[in-house]
Design a protein around this ligand. Structure first.
Ligand SMILES: Cc1cc2nc3c(=O)[nH]c(=O)nc-3n(C[C@H](O)[C@H](O)[C@H](O)COP(=O)(O)OP(=O)(O)OC[C@H]3O[C@@H](n4cnc5c(N)ncnc54)[C@H](O)[C@@H]3O)c2cc1C
Ligand code: FES
Ligand code: FES
Length: 477
């Protein structure tokens, strides 16, 4: 079946494009829409930012995305807006473009189109127009010349949403998107892209094609197409299965479908685990968080993935499904080796179940990286400490970046449990990390730095829970 989408207001149908082609290449090479630029081709610079609009909860959801990481079949059923599609019908530039000109925020032609698109998505996101939120919206758009001040000034002059034709035409646009028939299977030139609409079909395909690439948001896999220029052959996309995108709450637990994006999961973490929400807000950029999924992060099983240590301390359960049935895997048993999970060849990760927070437990997460935004961690430390009457009753501590897999720090936990919660205990627990881990040196950090920073994080958590006045917060500087 062809892929159907709307591009800058025009309905499009594609049946003769490689499913391994990135949206960036498609826009530039097939559609001549060269306003969308290629900078890094790996999700870091934002020059390729486009906006996708999907019909959700009775409204239109506008999200910025990196076209360099998306495959063309991921456009199915969406509206795509590029910088060429923003102007009013009489050719007047969009309010954001005008504001950038007025505030001298229009800089080189390479980054500006991506910046315009990131701000367009921001002003249609419903977020309040505040400096901090604007910084967050622009964290995935690198500018190497004069800086962000005039760009932020321009963003501050506009209402959210601006009174543009997108706001005026939202009903018509939603009807057009809802009218698009979804394709569950696309084939071209001996390559296949499956977008199964049900769990049953997803696990059937997984069993039939164990060598196919299983695609969540593509922020890891997309680089194979974008940077390595690889033909992917056969891809099975999880995003169209409703159960994979679900978030369910009971009295005691939350179940998050493996294809839930960071953006969709964020409000949940903000409500229940604010410290973990701070960590999630620092994953990549908005463009990355709009595409990347929790399931992709854990199945990638990177030792420096940001969410696995969260799931380890929460004693999460990973729900795996195959045609043979459903299997529950404790987080601790999931990461079996470097970039290797406990999933069998025919299994997919369906969902992740986490408990609701315990009122006596302190939850903390810290990410150490060279930059605050848009950087991969050198070390991630996550803590869940149940403290009663000044004594640590239960400790769950997990780290990323300290071993070949994300892992619990069991010696550190044992030092904490039963001990009074004071500076001496925090120091001893930090020292115990030397028995838990022997971290390696690489271009992100030396082993010695990792050891010291991990011990310091234990001390930091103590200071944070002790009304300390000596703590420095990098964002407050
Ligand atoms: C610019 C940039 C910045 C980034 N920053 C960060 C960061 O700060 N922190 C961080 O942790 N990561 C970061 N990442 C990595 C990436 O964004 C995350 O790992 C993301 O969560 C991957 O999710 P995805 O849905 O995009 O995965 P995909 O690329 O779709 O898949 C990743 C892997 O998981 C497998 N997979 C996906 N879904 C399933 C499933 N349901 N069952 C079984 N296997 C599955 C895929 O087959 C693949 O092997 C960054 C990436 C980029 C490009
Ligand atoms: S080209 Fe740099 S993020 Fe896509
Ligand atoms: S706008 Fe391109 S480098 Fe600053």
């Amino acid at each position: 079946m062809p892929i159907r989408f709307i591009l800058n207001g025009e309905p499009c149908e594609e049946s003769a494009v490689s499913p391994s082609m990135t949206v960036l290449d498609y826009l530039r090479e097939r559609r001549g829409l060269t306003g969308t630029k290629e900078g890094c081709a790996e999700g870091d610079c934002g020059a390729c930012t486009i906006v996708t609009a999907s019909a959700r909860d009775g409204g239109l959801d506008y999200e910025a995305a990196n076209a360099c990481l998306m495959l063309v079949p991921q456009l199915d059923g969406k509206e795509i807006i590029t910088v060429e599609g923003l102007a009013e019908q009489d050719g007047t530039p969009h309010a954001i473009q005008q504001a950038l000109v007025a505030e001298h925020g229009s800089q080189c032609g390479f980054c500006t189109p991506g910046i315009v698109m990131a701000l367009f998505a921001f002003h249609h996101s419903g977020d309040p127009v505040e400096t901090e939120k604007i910084h967050d919206a622009l964290a995935g758009n690198l500018c190497r010349c004069t800086g962000y001040r005039p760009i932020v000034d321009a963003a501050l002059t506009l209402d959210s949403p601006p009174a543009d034709r997108f706001a005026r035409e939202s009903g018509k646009r939603m009807t057009s998107i809802q009218g698009l028939a979804l394709s569950d299977s696309y084939e071209f030139d001996q390559e296949n892209f499956h977008a199964p609409p049900s769990l049953e079909e997803l696990v059937r395909l997984r069993a039939a094609y164990p060598d196919a690439y299983l695609l969540g948001g593509g922020t890891d896999l997309g680089i194979l197409a974008s940077k390595d220029r690889k033909r992917l052959g056969r891809v099975i996309w999880t995003a169209q299965v409703p159960e994979m995108a679900r978030i369910e709450r009971t009295e005691t637990h939350i179940t998050i479908g493996a294809a839930v994006t960071y953006t969709a999961a964020l409000p949940l973490f903000e409500e229940f685990y604010p410290s973990f929400a701070n960590l999630i807000r620092r994953i990549g950029s908005r463009q990355i968080r709009n595409l990347g999924t929790l399931g992709g992060n854990v199945c990638n099983a990177s030792p420096i993935g940001d969410t696995p240590p969260i799931f380890l301390v929460l004693e999460a359960v990973f729900i795996a499904r195959s045609r043979r049935g459903v299997r529950e895997i404790p987080a601790e048993a999931f990461f079996v080796d470097y970039r290797k999970t406990a999933l069998a060849e025919d299994e997919i990760l369906e969902a992740i179940r986490i408990p609701l927070p315990h009122p006596d437990t302190i939850y903390k997460a810290h990410k150490i990286s060279k930059r605050f935004d848009q950087d991969i961690s050198a070390v991630i430390g996550v803590f869940a400490l149940t403290i009663r009457n000044g004594t640590v009753e239960k400790a769950r501590v997990a780290f990323g970046g300290m071993a070949a897999t994300p892992a619990r720090a069991v010696k550190c936990e044992a030092t904490l449990e039963g001990a009074p919660w004071n500076a001496a205990t925090a120091n001893s627990a930090g020292a115990a990390l030397n028995s838990d881990f022997a971290p390696i040196s690489d271009f992100r950090a030396s082993g010695d730095y990792r050891r010291r920073i991990a011990a310091n994080l234990v001390r930091r958590v103590f200071e944070e829970t002790s009304n300390s006045t000596t703590l420095i917060d990098v964002m407050a500087l």
